[in-house]
Design a protein. Sequence first.
Length: 193
Amino acid sequence: MSTHRASTATPASADASAVVFVCTGNTCRSPLAERLAAHLDPSTAFSSAGTHTIVGQPMDPGMAAQLTRLGGDPAGFAGRLLDEEIAARARLLVGLTRSHFDLITGAFPEAAGRTVVLKPYARLAAAGAVAPWEAPSLEVLRGAAGRAAITGTADDDIADPYRLGWEEAARAADEIDAALRMIVGAPGEPAGA
C-alpha cells in the first residue's frame, strides 16, 4: 500500500481526501512525489498510483536513491494501479505529464475537476491562484489560460527516468522537488537549483 502520511503507511481507506500522484508505472516519479511531499508536508495525506503498473512492484532503486538524497523514505513502497475507487476518493489527482492528465480524465471523467499536472499546478499554487493541495476553482479553470493553466505545455511534462541511469533519475527527482517546494512553500532551494 502506498498511501503515506509523514513516514508511516496508512490503510487504503486513507485515500479519502488524499492527494494522489499519478505516473505510468508507479515505480519512479509518482512514488518519489508521494514520499517527498509527505516529507515536506507531513500534515497532508499523500498516495500514488500508476496508469499501467505491476501491482506490488517496489520503487525503482535509482529513484529510491534520489528520494533518500532529498530527505524522503522509500521503505515499504508497493506500486498500485489507478482504479475507479482511488480516483473517486482522491481529494486531488496530480499527473506527472499531460498524457497522465488525459488518461485520468478519460477513464474517470467525474474526476476531471480534481485532476491537474504537477508543474503548472505548482505555478498556480505559488501565485496564490489555488490553495496548496486543493482543486482549482471554476474561476481558475475558466480564466484566460483555461485548460492550459492546469495542464501546461510539453515543457511541463516530467519525463520518465525508468532505467535511464542516475542522471535522468536526478533530473526527474529535482524537477519534482522544485514543484513540490513551490506548492508547499518549503524554505530553502530545491536540490537541483
